[in-house]
Design a protein around this ligand. Structure first.
Ligand code: KG4
Ligand code: ZN
Length: 336
């Protein structure tokens, strides 16, 4: 069964054709990052306008590369939540038009469920139940994946998302937006023990995250040094920050796994591309004898393949949308 997946929740206009939830026949991603970079972050109105311009050719190219016509597609899956509302509406409206014109079922997909599903593409042997650490630009969750379409969030961030924290620290160190990948590259050249950064104390749920204290600590250290005319070594700070945030993410994920009895762990979202996070969680899982699944780098960030993949499971579970489907800016993955 071939699913066409459309993604437009943030700053990537993406479309893919995926067969049986695992074989990627095409995966086209049009990134707007060069334009948003000028403003130091995603500008919602610009994002919507670029999606409107790009979605047509991105979809045509995805069909062409998959050597398919719309007739060969069994269903159209689209991200409808969560995300920037204007951006989501472009994908949702386009998918509705496509599904209606081609008389194909329309499947609404949750963006975070899509990120989690990216792991099924890279690892067909991964099957629920398992515990997933979701770390993206907008979300940081520890999720029990009870079944392909059923989730329980056991930990969440109280303030910034992990990716947001990477990007803000990167900006403080003078890297361009989005700075996560620059921190990653700089960290490889720095001394991870150079700075002792704080691990946050979160009251209440022991699996919840808080990254604002860590971010502020870096900002204060950098600004204080600047005021004294001292230059902080960017690579050392990047390496120390990456070590600290990797420790925080892994410690909580391992604690949740142990308490809840999971021995199969996955990681998902843009920050799952981070080499420090990947190395630490790999080592921690090996130590405990847990099975770990990480998405291939090309499926860590936003893409259409992950939406088509999750669309396959949502379709199988009977999820359908009609022409009244709307975009939703905020929606918990538990409430699908
Ligand atoms: O999942 P994603 O593509 O978009 C959202 O759904 O938010 O995540 C984007 C985030 C950005 O904050 C970006 O800086 C971060 O993922 N990111 C990274 C790396 N690659 C992307 N963060 C750390 N290390 C990386 N290698
Ligand atoms: Zn995303």
């Amino acid at each position: 069964m071939k699913i066409l997946g459309i993604e437009s929740s943030c700053d990537e206009t993406a479309c893919a054709v995926v067969e049986d939830g695992k074989t990627v026949l095409s995966n086209i991603v049009a990134s707007q990052i060069d334009e948003h970079r000028l403003y130091g972050g995603v500008v919602p109105e610009i994002a919507s306008r670029r999606h409107a311009e790009n979605i047509g050719w991105v979809t045509s190219e995805a069909l062409e590369r998959a050597d398919c016509s719309l007739d060969d597609i069994d269903a159209v899956a689209v991200t409808y939540a969560p995300g920037l509302i204007g951006a989501l509406l472009v994908g949702v409206s386009y998918a509705k038009g496509l599904a209606m014109a081609a008389k194909k079922p329309l499947v609404p997909v949750h963006h975070i469920a899509g990120h989690i599903a990216a792991n099924y593409i890279s690892h067909p042997d991964l099957k629920p139940p398992y515990l997933c650490l979701v770390v993206s630009g907008g979300h940081s969750h520890i999720v029990e994946v009870l079944d392909y379409c059923k989730y329980r969030v056991v930990g969440r961030t109280r303030d910034d998302a992990a990716g947001e924290c990477f990007d803000k620290v990167a900006r403080t160190l003078g890297y361009e937006y989005p700075g996560g990948k620059f921190i990653d590259a700089a960290a490889k050249k720095g001394n991870a023990a150079a700075f002792d950064l704080p691990h946050p104390k979160v009251q209440g749920s022991e699996y919840d995250f808080s990254f604002s204290g860590l971010k502020t600590a870096v900002i204060n250290l950098v600004h204080n040094a600047q005021q004294k005319g001292i230059e902080i070594n960017r690579e050392d700070m990047a390496a120390s920050f990456q070590r600290t945030i990797s420790e925080i993410l892994c410690t909580k994920a391992m604690l949740a796994a142990e308490d809840l009895g999971y021995t199969t762990i996955a990681v998902a979202g843009g920050v799952s591309a981070n080499s420090g996070v990947r190395e630490r969680i790999t080592a921690q899982c090996e130590k405990r004898g847990y099975k770990l699944f990480l998405p291939e780098l090309k499926y860590c960030g936003d893409n259409g393949a992950m939406i088509a993949c999750q669309g396959f499971y949502d379709f199988a579970a009977g999820r359908r949308a009609d022409m009244s489907l709307n975009a939703v800016a905020t929606l918990s993955i538990e409430n699908l």
